[in-house]
Design a protein around this ligand. Sequence first.
Ligand code: ZN
Length: 122
Amino acid sequence: MTTILAAQAAEARTKGEALIRTADRLLCESWNERMWADGEPIDPSPTIDQAVNGGYPWLEIECSRCRTKRDVDLASLRHPSTTFVHDLASRLRCSKCAKANRRPPATLLQLVQRPRQAAPET
Ligand SMILES: [Zn+2]
């Protein structure tokens, strides 16, 4: 009996995790759609955890000053995984502009499943 219950627990957990993954993916897709539609408001957004779990571990951003685009690997960020993606706008800096001693905020574009371009610096 215990082994049956344990097996049922494992099965239920697997199903639950799959459902959460689906929910996270849908959350990323709906956020993307809102970003494409008007770019704002970007709040609320998925958390880093949810984006990675939902299969959208990359964030495409653009520098608000020089317009350089960059793909950010969310899993490699030092921010806590419970950080909302929209909160990253003010925290991700353009390395080009940083060299010129400017710190413009990033414009968030969309979450992507894989980077479009190789990210030379993250
Ligand atoms: Zn820049």
